[in-house]
Design a binder for this molecule. Structure first.
Ligand SMILES: [Zn+2]
Ligand SMILES: [Zn+2]
Length: 248
């Protein structure tokens, strides 16, 4: 089995011509899990797989730059063929599910609503998920994804006060937000690129992808600052369409 992640959106806050807002496709064997559904990630998803092959959607928190394309999937599942497609799981913190159903209650016809909390562990189609509380102003979970000994970890949006050892320790690939740069004031709800690099070095990851890159910042500066802090860890900028495989 190959555990793989394809970046569907790597922009922080809003989509640009080059980058959709946050989104990732996790693949392991026959399993296809869509992780965060920021604006534009749906279009990028369609470039990678048939949306009918998505086995479930996971939203890390309720902020719009991580959620709004879930309604694209709803419309496609509900109206895209003669009969609506069978529902698939939609995992998210309870407050996120409340917001989604407030927009349109009929999402329950297309999704099996699965509220999740930090500390939860569950598996679907041989892929194991462990959830961690992240440091962000709304209820936000980071995700450790494991399949037959391979691990991909995703920070979602977070500041520095979180259990990164649990989330990403000894992971093969750590997808970590890097919203700020060293010239920005420190803020508890997001990381500077240098903090992302320092965390990756401290918890020992195989490879660091920095993401949630804000459109108004020079990405290469973020990469330089992350690399200066991450020691021997391989570090690169996430980009839409990028696929990283971990052999299990
Ligand atoms: Zn965000
Ligand atoms: Zn957020």
């Amino acid at each position: 089995v190959t555990l793989a992640v394809t970046v569907l959106g790597s922009s922080g806050m809003y989509a640009t011509a080059e980058r959709a807002a946050s989104g990732y496709l996790i693949e392991a064997g026959e399993a296809h899990i869509w992780l965060d559904a920021g604006a534009g990630s749906w279009r990028n998803l369609l470039g990678v797989i048939d949306h009918r092959d998505v086995d479930g959607i996971f939203l890390t928190h309720r902020h719009p730059d991580h959620t709004t394309d879930v309604f694209q999937a709803f419309h496609a599942r509900r109206y895209g063929s003669a009969t609506p497609l069978d529902p698939v799981p939609l995992w998210a913190p309870a407050e996120t599910l409340e917001r989604v159903t407030a927009f349109i209650p009929e999402v329950e016809e297309s999704f099996l609503l699965r509220p999740v909390s930090a500390g939860d562990r569950f598996a679907t189609k041989g892929v194991h998920f462990s959830l961690f509380r992240m440091a962000h102003p709304v209820d936000t979970v980071g995700v450790r994804i494991e399949c037959e000994g391979s691990t991909i970890a995703y920070s979602a949006d977070t500041g520095a006060d979180a259990d990164f050892e649990g989330l990403a320790g000894r992971s093969d690939v750590f997808i970590c937000e890097a919203t700020f740069q060293d010239s920005d004031p420190l803020w508890e709800g997001h990381l500077r690129a240098s903090q992302s690099g320092e965390i990756a070095r401290r918890v020992g990851v195989g490879e660091l992808l920095i993401t949630h890159l804000p459109p108004w910042r020079d990405d290469r500066m973020s990469l330089e600052q992350a690399r200066a802090a991450c020691g021997e860890v391989r570090c690169s900028l996430a980009f839409d369409g990028q696929r990283v495989e971990v052999k299990t």
